[in-house]
Design a protein around this ligand. Structure first.
Ligand code: PMP
Length: 363
């Protein structure tokens, strides 16, 4: 009899991969989906119809143009990437994280980020056998800049991730503190601006000031999460290095064609983002009135809320909110600072009304 797959897996799959869980995304069928920071808005009918037409004419039998130069040129223009900088595209910025990490993955290299922050920074370090050092935020999720600088001096990270604004906490660390980190870093600093459309502040125009900084963005939060498109902007020396780790045809023809059309109509997406921003402030002011809930400052399209009470209080509210038809994200059991914390993505006014009433009923 041949050896069972289970036994071969136990022998050949890396122990740390065997020990981990695959990235979990909840099933949102039938629920108001406010768990993963998507835009709640679909496209206007006429634009959707034009996209249908474009897609019907694509040559799906052909590989994509490997350099996706048309889309890159458009991003350069529309996203105001400075002259002299280049753009690398990823299948979501998740894939950009993979490419950047692969490019720095020398034996013994260290990857560093504030903690808690976006989970994939640590995951890709793990995949590439790099040591990940998370530097704890303070209790109120503010950046402990002195602790971060001390950790950098000690660990000499090849790569530092700063999510600006941060996920899952929602706050944008002070620009002056990030500058100090970039100036002191011995290696590369990536400013991950996934939530920039809701923050109103960006490092993009300042790329030329810092030799060791690049800016990463995504179109996922402004209505194109389904397309899977992220990008990194920076000096050619950096982008050229990351490009060597890229799968040759990573941006598929559907993504490229649709993203071009949507970016040519970016004002539609900007108007949707503006509505989300307005709603964030309205939802925040409603939630802050509720006893038993702390709402943290947010510069993103979501709010982090801490439920008062002992262990399990946050998860109980999460379950009750879900029973009323709304899916949010529960962070209990993850990073200790996030105990009893729920992350609420901002939806349409109607979705937010349902969310607010579900939260009120659940506390
Ligand atoms: N960076 C941050 C900070 C995020 O929160 C996310 C997604 N939640 C990503 C990157 C990845 O986004 P995507 O792969 O959809 O571009």
């Amino acid at each position: 009899m041949s050896t069972p797959a289970k036994a071969i897996v136990a022998k050949v799959i890396r122990p740390e991969i065997q020990a981990m869980q695959a990235y979990a995304v909840s099933d949102a069928a039938g629920l108001v989906k406010l768990d993963v920071m998507e835009s709640p808005y679909r496209l206007p009918q006429d634009l959707a119809a034009e996209i249908g037409d474009i897609v019907s004419k694509l040559a799906l039998n052909r590989y994509p143009v490997p350099s996706a130069h048309k889309l890159r040129a458009l991003i350069h223009e529309v996203m105001q990437v400075p002259e002299g900088c280049e753009v690398l595209l990823g299948n979501g910025s998740d894939e950009c994280i993979q490419y950047i990490t692969a490019a720095v993955a020398r034996e013994g290299a260290v990857v560093m980020a504030p903690a808690p922050s976006f989970a994939m920074f640590a995951m890709h370090a793990l995949f590439l056998r790099l040591r990940f050092v998370g530097v704890a935020l303070r209790e109120d999720f503010s950046l402990d800049t002195e602790a971060f600088l001390a950790a950098m001096a000690r660990e000499k990270p090849a790569l530092v991730w700063i999510a600006f604004p941060n996920n899952p906490t929602g706050n944008a660390f002070p620009v002056a503190d990030i500058e100090r980190i970039v100036r002191a870093a011995p290696g590369l600093v990536v400013i991950d601006e996934a939530y920039q459309p809701f923050a109103g502040v960006t490092f993009m125009p300042r790329l030329a000031e810092f030799e060791n900084m690049v800016v990463m963005r995504t179109v996922s939060k402004i209505g194109m999460a389904g397309l899977r498109l992220g990008y990194v902007c920076g000096r050619p020396e950096w982008i050229g290095s990351f490009d060597k780790t890229r799968s040759p045809f990573n941006i598929n023809v559907l993504t490229e064609a649709v993203a071009i059309k949507l970016l040519q109509n970016k004002s539609v997406l900007d108007a949707q983002a503006a509505k989300v921003l307005e709603e964030r402030e309205r939802v925040r002011s409603e939630l802050t009135r509720l006893a038993g809930l702390t709402i943290f400052p947010s510069a993103a399209n979501f709010l982090l809320a801490r439920v008062a009470g002992g262990k399990g209080a946050g998860t109980r509210v999460f379950e009750r909110v879900k029973d009323q038809g709304v899916l949010v994200k529960d962070f209990s059991g993850g990073h200790p600072l996030l105990e009893n914390c729920l992350r609420l993505t901002i939806g349409t006014p109607e979705e937010n009304r349902i969310l607010l009433s579900a939260v009120r009923e659940s506390l």
